[in-house]
Design a protein around this ligand. Structure first.
Ligand code: 5GP
Ligand code: ZN
Length: 113
């Protein structure tokens, strides 16, 4: 989709630090790094948010989340981890291409919560 920053990352028009990639799913480090290792998991196809996410695409995204979470756990050694998905602007969505945040946690003062 034109003017979607995550579609541009999928197409290679904007660089990103890739964490995982397969035919349907891409994971890359969030530029804001709310906590160390903060990662976004997205379908390669453009879908605005959870309300518009086809079931088969949801399956593809979530089927790889445990694997990505474990590789982040091994790489960064957090003491916990949150999944977060913002849908619509009042809920904090700022990029309108579906994505799941993986937020490794390091204890009090780690930047989140
Ligand atoms: P949302 O607020 O929609 O749930 O999350 C969007 C996320 O995308 C934000 O955490 C923001 O830091 C991240 N983001 C926005 N633009 C870019 C970019 O160009 N590259 C990367 N890696 N992350 C981005
Ligand atoms: Zn997009």
């Amino acid at each position: 989709m034109d003017n979607c920053i995550f579609c541009k990352i999928v197409n290679g028009d904007i660089p990103a630090a890739k964490v995982y990639e397969d035919e349907h799913v891409l994971a890359f480090l969030d530029i804001s790094q709310v906590t160390k290792g903060h990662t976004l998991v997205i379908p390669k196809d453009h879908h605005k948010n959870l309300y518009e996410l086809p079931e088969d695409v949801a399956e593809k995204v979530f089927s790889v989340v445990p694997k990505i979470a474990n590789s982040i756990k091994n790489a960064y050694e957090p003491i916990g981890l949150n999944l977060l998905n913002n849908n619509e602007e009042p809920a904090g969505q700022s990029v309108f291409h579906y994505h799941v945040h993986i937020l490794p946690r390091y204890g009090k003062g780690d930047g989140f919560g």
